[in-house]
Structures are given as C-alpha cells and as structure tokens.
Design a protein around this ligand. Structure first.
Ligand code: DC
Length: 221
C-alpha cells in the first residue's frame, strides 16, 4: 500500500456522515475531517464580527485570514473554541448561507485540498467527491429518508446543546429547508458524484453502513 487512500463521504444533513466517517477513519487509522465544521466556524466568526452572512467579499476576506482548526474533539477559529457554539439552529442556517458564496467555497476548498494532499484521510461534506477531490480513491454518497434523518438529527447529542428542544416535525422542516438550499444553490450544489457509491442508509445500523464503506475502501487498497 502506498500513501493511503482519500475517502470522500458526501450526503445531506442528518444522514449520519459524521458518525460513519469517524468510524471508518478510526478503523483505517486515517485522519477524519468534517468540512461542514469549517463552514460553520466561518459563519460563527462572521456573525461574531457583525458581518452580514451574504456580504460575500467581507465573509471571504474573513475566511482567507482565519486560522481554522478542525479535529474530532475541537473546532477553533482564530483561537476561539467554537466546538459547541457551531451546533445551533442559528449556525445551521448561517453555515448554509456562507456555503452558498463561491468566494468562500474557493478558500475553504483550497484548505481542504491541502489537508488531504497526503492521502490517508476520510473527508466528509457535500462536495468532496464532486469538487474537492474529484479523483478520490473512494467516493461514497450516503442518503436516507427525510423522516429518518430528522430522527437521527434530533437524537444527536452534539446538536442538543441549545435551549429550545425542537419537535421532530420542526427538525424535519429545518432539514428540508437546508437540503433545499444546499441542493439548489448555484455553486457546488449537493449531489452524488457520477462515480460515487450511493448507499441508502434508511433502516441500516451504523455498523452495517461502516462495514459497507470499509468493504468499498478495502477493494481499492
Ligand atoms: O455538514 P454540516 O451540516 O455541518 O454542514 C454545514 C453547512 O455547510 C451545510 O449547509 C452544508 C454546507 N457544506 C457545504 O456546502 N460543503 C461542504 N463540503 C460541507 C458543508
């Protein structure tokens, strides 16, 4: 085996990308990078600086100048620990807003490519197999029925820190709105790469999905 694979995992909100990507990375001994956390951190920093999230040049300038650290237990931007602060309904919407801006995407995509350049990485997001690493060794697109994604998101402790406990129907409506924004935006819309393995995870356990992804990766090693 040479440098280690680049494993791209894409899919909509609440599908369980984070859980699967972390497990696959742990099993392969690879680094795991959650690119959504980078968009979230930029949205947090822009809001914190009073920059409107549709002010493309200003948000892009902030992103270009920012020091962003993303690991499994810590997300930092410009030295601020935002690990918990970026998992709120406000930042759900804010991240989707900044992710629409091509100038911001260009900056974060560049950083993501640098992080994955050496291989041995599992990177999750919306455009990893289509834009960030179109030549990734393994491309997986996870999907699940909307009700199942709403249930998974509502049960996710990382998203339970905010005061208002949302009803399942509200979570479902929020996810739907965000998916619509992510799939219909002009710049790198969410879609499976033509050569991605699409896995419908509805009714599958975390172990089953992890095993399937590891089998696909195993066939590429
Ligand atoms: O995966 P997540 O929910 O943490 O992502 C936050 C937002 O960022 C979501 O609206 C989709 C967007 N995103 C993106 O456009 N491209 C990525 N590679 C990762 C996330």
């Amino acid at each position: 085996m040479s440098r280690g694979l680049i494993v791209a995992i894409d899919g909509p909100s609440g599908v369980g990308k984070g859980t699967i990507a972390r497990r696959v990375a742990a099993r392969l001994g690879y680094r795991h990078v959650d690119t959504g956390a980078m968009y979230r951190a930029v949205a947090w920093a822009a809001a914190n600086a009073g920059i409107p999230l549709d002010a493309e040049p200003r948000v892009a300038q902030l992103a270009a100048a920012a020091t962003i650290h993303v690991s499994d237990d810590l997300v930092e931007i410009n030295g601020h620990d935002v690990t918990g602060a970026i998992r709120t309904p406000d930042i759900d919407r804010g991240a989707s807003a900044v992710a629409r801006l091509p100038a911001v995407r260009a900056i974060l995509v560049e950083r993501q490519r640098a992080l994955g350049a050496g291989g041995a990485i599992v990177m999750e997001g919306r455009d990893i197999g289509t834009v960030v690493f179109p030549a990734a060794d393994v491309k997986v697109y996870l999907d699940a029925a909307p009700e199942e994604r709403a249930r998974r998101r509502a049960a996710d402790p990382a998203h339970a820190g905010h005061a208002t406990r949302l009803l399942l129907a509200e979570v479902a409506a929020e996810l739907d709105a965000r998916d619509r924004a992510d799939t219909t935006r002009q710049s790198s819309p969410l879609m499976p790469a033509a050569d991605a393995h699409v896995i419908d995870t509805t009714g599958l356990s975390i172990d089953e999905v992890t095993k399937t992804v590891l089998q696909i990766a195993g066939s590429r090693q």
